[in-house]
Design a protein around this ligand. Sequence first.
Ligand code: SF4
Ligand code: SF4
Length: 692
Amino acid sequence: MVKQIVFSIALLITLGVFTYSIQRYFRYFKFTKKKHLDHLWKRLWKTIEIAGFQQKIFRRPVIGLVHASVFWGFMVIIFGSIEMVFDGLLGTEKIFSCLGWFYTFMMATGDIFALIIAIAMIIFVARRVIFHIKRFSGIEMKPVSEYDALLALTLIFLLMISLMGMNTFYFLWAHKTGEPMAGAYPVAQHIWAPLFGYVTPQQAWFWYQFNWWFHILTIFIFANILPYSKHFHVFLSIPNVFISRLEPYGYIENMPNITKEVKLMLDPNATFDETEEEGEPERFGALDVDDLKWTNYFNSLACTECGRCTSVCPANITGKLLSPRKVMMNTRARMKEKGPGLLKEGKSYDDGKHLIFDYLTEEELWACTMCNACAQECPIEINQPSIILEARRYLVMEESKAPAELNTVFTNIENNGAPWQYAQDDRLLWAEGLDVPVMADKLANNEKPEYLLWVGSAGAFDDRYKKVMQAFVKILNYLKVDFAVLGTEESDSGDVARRSGNEMLFQMQALTNIEVLNGYDVKKIVTCDPHDFNTLKNEYPDLGGNYEVVHHTQFLKKFLDEGKIKINSDKFANSTITYHDPCYLGRANGEYDAPRELLKAIPSVKVEMEKNRSFSMCCGAGGGQMFKEAEKGEKEIFIDRTEQALETGADIICTACPFCMTMLTDGIKYKNKEEEVKNYDIAELVAMSLEL
Ligand code: SF4
Ligand code: SF4
C-alpha cells in the first residue's frame, strides 16, 4: 500500500509538471498561421515508413542501424514501462504477464534491446566527446547544447542499466526461490546473472525493487527534463513526420492572397468566390515567427539539432554563414522569447526584435540555393527551406530588399519575359535553320501537336544551352515526334522569381503562361530544363495549369526502351563520363535513373561522383543564385562541385540542366581544364551518338 501511495504521488507530480511544461510551448501555436492537413491515410503511411521503419535514418546505414535500434528498442521497452505504471498504481507484480507468450516475447526482446541501447549510448557519447564528429559543431551550437545532449544520453544509459538490473535480480530471485518467473530475460540470465550468483533471495528481491524504483523515477525525471531539452523530439518527431509535406521536395506552396491580386491586375473584371474567407490582411512572407505557419513552429520544436541538414548544405559546406539547423533553432528560440509577450498583449505585441534581421541575417537567407538537400537529409522531414523562402518573400515583397542583381532579373522578367535583357520577339532565334514548328502556325492549319516543347528562358537565350535545344530538336525530328513550340508566346516560367521570394512576379508569369497553354489546349509538355519541369509539373496545377510534364531525359528514355533510339556509334568509347544530378530533376522529383539509363546506352566508361543521386550536391545555381554574387565563404559552390567531378578522372561531365551546365562550365574554366574536360548535356551526347 505504501508503494502504491508513494508511486501515485510521484506519478501525479510528473504528469502535473509535464503538462505545465508542454503547455508553455503549445499555447503559442494560436499565434501562428493556419495550415490545413489533408490526406490523413497517406500521412499515416508516410509516418509508418519514415518513423516506423526509420527509412531516412538508413541513408547512412552503419550509424543509421545504431539509431534505428535505439528507436525500435524504445518502442519495445515502453511496453514494460506501461506495465510498471499499472503495477505501481495497483500494487500488482508484472500485471501484463497474463498475456502469455506475447509477454514473454516482449520481455525477452526488451532485455536484449536494453543492452543494445546501452552500447549505443556509449557510441553516441564517444562520437561527441572523443571523435568530435563535425556535424555536432557549428556557430549555432553553444556549450549548453552539448551538455544537454550528454545529460540526455547519460539518463538513457542509466535507464538501460537499471532495466538490466531489474531483469537480472528478478531472474535471480525467481531462480533461487523456485517461484514461477513471468517473462524471459536472455541477457540477464546468460550475461549478468552469473556475475551476481552469490546473492541471497532476499538480497535479489531488494536489488530488484531498488532497480525498479530507480528506473521508474529516472523515467519521471527524464520526462520532465525533455521539454526543456533538444530531446523533446522523443515526443515530437513521430507527429512531426505525420504533419510533414506530402508533395515532392521541389514543390512550393501557393499564396492564394497573391493569386487574387495578380488575377485582378491581369483582368480588373475578374470575379472571385465571395464566400471565400477574407481573413485579416496578411503580411507577405514572414518577418517574425508569428508570420510562419504552425507547421513551421512545430518543426522547430521537433528539431533534434542533429545537424544532418547543415552537414549537407552546399552553402554551409563552402563556408557561408547559412546553417539550416540554425534556422530551426532560431525559430524556436524566437518564439520562446516573443511568446510570453504575445500571450499578454496579443498579435500587436512588439518587442522591437524580429526573426528576420535579429536572428536570421539577410546574408544567411540569400545564401540558400533552395536545393532541398537539408530537407532530404532531415530524419524527421523538417522543411527548413520553407522558412527561408517566407523570409525572402518578406524581404522582396514588403521591403524591396532583394540583392541588386536579382532586382535586375525581376525587371528583365517583367519587361522581356526572361531573366536577361533580351527581347521577347527574339525567343525563337535559337531555332533558325531548324525544323521547329510553332503552335500558332499549327493551329492555323487546324493541327494539334501531341507535345509542346517548352524551351525555357535558358534554351531560348543562353548561347551554350541553345546548342542543347538544337540537339534535342534534331532528336525529336529523327524520332518523328509530333511537337511544336510556343515561340514568342512563351515567357519565363517564373521559377527564379518564386525561389527568390518574388511570388507576385512568379504568379504573373505562371498565370500568363497558363492562359496561353490552355488556349492551345496543351496536354503534354516536354522540357530540357529541370527547374521549369518542376514548376510546370508541380506548381502550375495550383493556378489552373494541369499538364503531363516530362523532362527530356525521361522522354528519351521512353524512346530508348521502345527501341526507337538505337545508338550504334562508338564515338565516346574511349571517354569516361560522370553525371551530375540536377537538384530539380533528382532530389526535387526523384528522377535519378532515366539519365543513367541513357548514358548506359552510350558506349563509354561511366564513373560516379562520391556525392551522387539523392546525396548529390547542388551546383550552386538554384534559388536565384545563378544571377547574383555568392555570399562570402571559403569557396564558391560551383568550384567545389566541379572539383568533385574532376576527382573522378572523367573527361566528360554530363548534366541535364541549363543552370548546372553554366556552373560546371565555369568550374571547368576556373580549374583551367577546358582542354581535357568537356561539359555536355545528355541530349547532346545522344544526338552525337546518333550522328545527327
Ligand atoms: S535548401 Fe540547400 S542551400 Fe538552402 S539551406 Fe537547405 S541545403 Fe542549404
Ligand atoms: S532540421 Fe532535421 S536534420 Fe536539421 S538539425 Fe533539425 S532534426 Fe537534424
